[in-house]
Ligand binder design. Structure first.
Ligand code: ADP
Ligand code: MG
Length: 330
């Protein structure tokens, strides 16, 4: 006879750890969530500091608007968000975050220290959590903004720790998570340090093209922009002969959000006609802007997948704008 297990409601920590499995796959996912929060908070300078590829420690320091002292612990409760209050808001999401899931998920599987101060507060507030539980809260002196440290990721979920790759690989994922966001925010100054060394400096610039030029220094990037059926397409791409195997250096966005979408990637390669070898992708960026109602980002926990109401329209707009550019360049 099989054992009979009593049905019980999961404890909050276990529920948070399960949810964390969706949001927090690796250090790079923590970096993505933290930097999105800094951008949502209006930061103009963001510093990412890694130790041991982010496995030992991830620290993000921003000069954003900070968390009010009386709300800092609330931010670590599940579904605590300052960004939406009703389901109808979901249709008009202008910020990255909206589920109020990131901080509690991260805190459930790591040790977190956050220091934050708003402009109108005389002192800042420090909060320390281990495995989701608050272990310390006190007033501290700190500049306006937020400084958050996530240490010993997965220390209490060893099964997940085993899935992580080498420190250098994880550091690469962290850096790429930052880059995906930095390419949409040329107006923000980004700095990355890793084990005490400076690994990336992206000073603020005026335009996305300038940021891309900083990144792909050796590439001759070509720009194209155009509208088609209510979809605006901006493409800043290297020439087909400099295309790389895989889409790792091709950054694609919908309404400012990094996405990976097969229709879009296919349209980009098709636009180059026969000039691209199969499996190769140009370096650079393609960013689409369309009415919020024409796609759904709420299909994937990490929000990198989208569902389009009319995928054909995406395809046609992309091929039209990039195809014209490819023809011009050849
Ligand atoms: P979400 O971003 O979905 O709202 P999070 O768990 O990522 O959920 O963050 C919860 C809340 O904490 C945010 O809504 C925001 O009010 C606050 N917050 C988080 N990070 C920062 C930050 N760097 N600066 C200011 N406020 C922050
Ligand atoms: Mg968030």
């Amino acid at each position: 006879m099989t054992g009979h297990n009593k049905i019980e409601v999961l404890t909050q920590l276990v529920a948070d750890q399960i949810a964390a499995g969706e949001v927090v796959e690796r250090p790079g996912s923590v970096v993505k969530e933290l930097i999105e929060n800094s951008l949502d908070a209006g930061a103009t300078r963001i510093h990412l500091d890694l130790k041991g590829g982010g496995i030992l420690r991830i620290r993000v320091v921003d000069d954003g608007r900070g968390l009010p002292a009386d709300q800092i612990s609330t931010a670590f409760l599940r579904h605590a968000t300052s960004k939406i209050t009703s389901l109808t808001d979901l249709d008009a999401i202008g910020t990255f975050g909206f589920r109020g899931e990131a901080l509690p998920s991260i805190a459930a599987v790591a040790k977190v220290t956050i220091r934050s101060r708003t402009a109108d507060a005389l002192a800042g507030r420090l909060l320390r959590l281990e495995g989701g539980a608050v272990v310390e809260e006190q007033e501290v002196g700190c500049p306006v903004g937020t400084d958050i440290e996530v240490s010993e990721l997965f220390y209490n979920t060893p099964a997940r720790l085993k899935f992580l790759k080498r420190q250098s690989t994880e550091a690469g994922h962290c850096s790429d998570a930052l880059l995906r966001l930095a390419l949409q925010h040329p107006e923000v100054d980004f700095k990355v340090t890793s084990d005490g060394r400076s690994t990336r400096q992206l000073p603020r610039v005026l335009k996305i093209e300038e940021r891309l030029a900083d990144l792909f220094r050796k590439e001759h990037l070509i720009r194209a922009e155009g509208g088609h059926g209510g979809i605006d397409v901006l493409a800043v791409l290297g020439p087909p002969e400099r295309a790389r195997a895989g889409a790792g250096s091709l950054y694609t966005y919908i309404n400012g959000r990094f996405v990976r979408d097969r229709t879009l990637l296919k349209a980009i390669t098709q636009a180059f006609g026969g000039t691209l070898e199969s499996g190769r992708y140009p370096v650079g960026l393609v960013a689409l802007t369309m009415p919020p109602g024409s796609f759904d980002v709420n299909v994937h926990p990490q929000k990198t997948e989208v569902r389009f109401v009319d995928p054909g329209a995406i395809y046609r707009a992309t091929v039209a704008v990039i195809g014209e550019m490819a023809a011009r360049a050849s």
